[in-house]
Write a protein that binds this ligand. Sequence first.
Ligand code: 13P
Ligand code: SF4
Length: 346
Amino acid sequence: DPQAQIARIRQIKADMGTELLIVAHHYQKDEVVQFADARGDSLKLAQVAASNHTAKQIVFCGVHFMAETADILTSDDQRVILPDPMAGCSMADMANSYQLTEAWQALTARLSGDIIPVTYVNSTAAIKAFVGEHGGIVVTSGNAPKIVSWALQQAKHLLFLPDQHLGRNTALALGVPASEIGLWNAQAGQLEADTGADYRVILWNGYCSVHQQFNVAQITGLRQKYPDVKVIVHSECQHAVVMAADASGSTRDLIDYIQQAPAGTRIAVGTDNNLVGRLIRENPDKKVMYLNPMSCACILMNRIDLPHLAWTMDQLAAHQPANQITVDATTAHWAKVALDRMLKLS
Ligand code: 13P
Ligand code: SF4
């Protein structure tokens, strides 16, 4: 019974007080977000985890790499719980340590070692650790231009993983010519369509299956129907989509754009539909709409729902915490090096 689950979660929250912290990513369902002490994009949630020293139990409503990041940034006496451990991120799973080691060996040999690795926060702790150990840094969609331009000053070449679209959008926006951007095929273990160029930026061939569902035809169609429409999309969208839109950025940037728009503005949003639905409900004075109303919710984020949250809270109340996410000490050490470099610059 959902009403009973809601009442139990409220009661357990009240009983546990500041010992408990519930955080939720913007893509979470409303039935989960209603209980969050903090909601945010992945950068904000990383900062919240890093600055909270009182909560001993952190229930992380998001996906696996975010919970790992929180575990890395909190102290040993703080437990991070993911209400459904199957809530992964298909993009993060597109880069593993074996593939990265292979890529790194080939690229450092080709580029005489003058290369820095940069990983999107949407990656496993093992990938972040590799990056930290090799002088690199973590990036999120909320700080990509700042971090990538910093990285471009540290070495002549840059390997960006796993999201090729965030990497390409950021590199092109910073003025790196398209001819100097290469694509690493992680499955084949080689550069795609290698022209032999002295690539400044090499992108991993990962992508987000949710943001892959937006295309230029959807934007053109909407502009024909509503000539006044503003289109905003997440920077995980393909470059052509970002170019056809009026603005792009992180989930936080998309929310800010809508909040700052004058009343009555028509705005189509290209990102996870849980967030777009909430933006439509929370901004009745603006005509917020889906860029693609069809099936654009992240099914992995959606694994966290009211029944999973209620069960997790029941386990906490019974002093039998379940679904704790832990990162081993060595991996956590090096991953934290890469995360701290980013947090210092953010
Ligand atoms: P944000 O960094 O904007 O929170 O995005 C995270 C994410 O997974 C987007 O798909
Ligand atoms: Fe991963 Fe894409 Fe889901 Fe974000 S929306 S968590 S990048 S699969």
